[in-house]
Design a protein around this ligand. Structure first.
Ligand SMILES: [Zn+2]
Length: 144
């Protein structure tokens, strides 16, 4: 990454962290890389169930109870030294998880496999913002 790209990523992450629910910024070289691919299905089931138990079986962002949870990997990207460090794995509901992976979600939406309006509604409720703020927010996210 160039110094200019590194600076833009760092500034953007700071801006996005003002939201309660915001999309993870993933460097291109790390697209589609995840722990789930490393472990067997059985091993991953043990890990994700331990994560759900650790989090009290609720979504750690919106607090939804009794939802089908998904395990989300929280990575810290240290752009200046090209280091990717796993910070934690947390429990998210479906719509918070889709918001975290906004780039992938937009691809699914274009294929008709994801209801973008539901994703935006969830984002608006969790962030206590009007739905029309989502456009400005996504302009920031995809302005890389
Ligand atoms: Zn949630």
């Amino acid at each position: 990454m160039s110094k200019q790209e590194i600076n833009r990523c760092e500034v953007l992450e700071k801006q996005l962290s003002n939201y309660k629910l915001w999309a993870d910024m993933v460097p291109k070289g790390s697209f589609f890389q995840n722990l789930r691919k490393i472990f067997s299905r059985t091993e991953w089931d043990i890990i994700r169930k331990a994560v759900y138990k650790k989090d009290g079986h609720i979504c750690v962002i919106c607090g939804t109870e009794n939802a089908k949870l998904e395990a989300h990997e929280e990575w810290n990207y240290i752009y200046r030294s090209s280091i990717q460090k796993l910070e934690s794995i947390c429990s998210l509901c479906y719509w918070c998880h889709r918001n975290k992976h906004l780039g992938h979600s937009s691809i699914l939406s274009r294929k008709g496999k994801l209801d973008l309006d539901k994703l935006i509604s969830h984002w608006a409720i969790v962030n206590k913002k009007p739905k029309f703020d989502f456009r400005e927010y996504t302009n920031k996210v995809f302005d890389l």
